[in-house]
Design a protein around this ligand. Structure first.
Ligand code: F0G
Length: 350
């Protein structure tokens, strides 16, 4: 039955995507996420700051943009099983889209370093979840070799369809702003997303749909900042488990985006990240996961030109990682169930 409304990023941007004409589209209506004006950040930075809230995708992260492409292409070419390594969000997205396509899905995750919500998603969508006693980089190394031994397709961002789908985030930003922002702040983990956004902006520039290109400002967590430090990190460590990555697959894509755009790849401490995370929730009413807040943490430590237009991508939803949220706030008070007790503690004066 034909219905109106948004039908996912492939249907919306098909003419700009490398997608076969008769390909099967596997979609959960991903994309079309809001670009939310951030008044308090704007005031603080003397700029016009917007938040691209990717947590509102179907599985709660930007991965769905790439996954609709990767799974659609895989389905169109008769693939029956997909595999990925993940810090959590890719596994949640792969599990959901694979199920939608009646394919099986295997995910390798670092044991003990994946947020609770993401683990729940991968499991409830029916993926085979394998926890490895190692980190993301070790998991991805194994995944890369799997197609030589089993009939599976990789849906990590080493699969070019993932980058191709994720570039639509840039298209949506341009569709709302009417042009590129001046600065594009984004967390960097495996570095696929910064590569994808830059690809999207470049494509729209080559089609004269925008007049300028943004400075790409990528931020890694200080304990997992191989690009900034200039070498792979054996034991990456950060509270932002989504970007706990020591050897990014799209390393070159990230450095190219930063240098070609006149931007940078920087690093922010866990303290910076949690400060931005709480600021976003308390001051802007937007709840993202810790890794997502790396973009805003990056904005906090950067200079931007007065009155410029700034976009910070918030890559995943805050509900993904309830443990970190609870650890950052004081626990609610417990009282007897009486009016007087409520009045005593509610802290609202008349
Ligand atoms: N933010 C979130 C919430 C993520 O989950 C990731 C990556 C990133 C930022 C970094 O994006 O890797 O394209 O540079 N998560 C991957 C995963 C690694 O397995 O879910 P990137």
């Amino acid at each position: 039955m034909e219905v109106s409304g948004w039908k996912g990023i492939i249907n919306q941007y098909r003419s700009y995507l490398d997608f076969p004409e008769n390909g099967t589209v596997v979609t959960l209506n991903e994309g079309n996420t809001p670009l939310i004006f951030a008044p308090k950040l704007s005031k603080l930075k003397n700029a016009n700051v917007f938040l691209k809230y990717e947590g509102l995708n179907p599985t709660g992260s930007f991965k769905d943009r790439g996954m609709t492409m990767a799974i659609s292409k895989a389905k169109s070419s008769g693939v029956e099983a997909v595999v990925c390594a993940s810090t959590g969000n890719t596994s949640a997205s792969a599990a959901a889209y694979a199920t939608r396509a009646d394919m099986s899905c295997v995910v390798l995750i670092p044991d003990g370093y994946i947020a609770l919500g993401k683990l729940a998603q991968a499991l409830i969508h029916g993926a085979t979840v394998i926890q490895i006693q190692g980190n993301f980089d070790e998991a991805l190394e194994i995944v890369r070799t799997l197609p030589a031994h089993a009939p599976v397709e990789i849906v990590n961002s080493v699969n070019p369809s993932r980058i191709e789908g994720q570039k639509t985030g840039a298209f949506e930003i341009v569709d709302v702003l009417g042009d590129s922002p001046d600065y594009h702040f984004i967390p960097v983990g495996n570095a696929g997303n910064i590569t994808a956004y830059w690809k999207g902006y470049l494509q729209f520039k080559s089609l004269d749909k925008i007049t300028k290109l943004p400075k790409m400002m990528g931020f890694q967590a200080a304990g997992a900042a191989p690009i900034v430090d200039g070498h792979p990190i054996d034991n990456p460590d950060t509270v932002a488990t989504a970007i706990r990555i020591g050897n990014p697959a799209s390393w070159y894509g990230a450095t190219a985006a930063a240098s070609e755009s006149g931007g940078m790849i920087g690093k922010v401490t866990d303290e910076n990240i949690l400060e931005a995370y709480k600021f976003l929730a308390k001051e802007e009413s937007v709840f993202c996961e810790p890794a997502s807040a790396a973009s805003v943490a990056g904005l906090f430590v950067s200079e931007v030109a007065k009155d410029s237009v700034v976009v910070c991508v918030l890559t995943g939803h805050g509900l993904k990682d309830p443990d970190i949220a609870i650890s950052q706030i004081s626990v609610p008070v417990r009282i007897e169930p009486t009016l007087n007790e409520v009045l005593r503690v509610m802290n609202v004066n008349n």
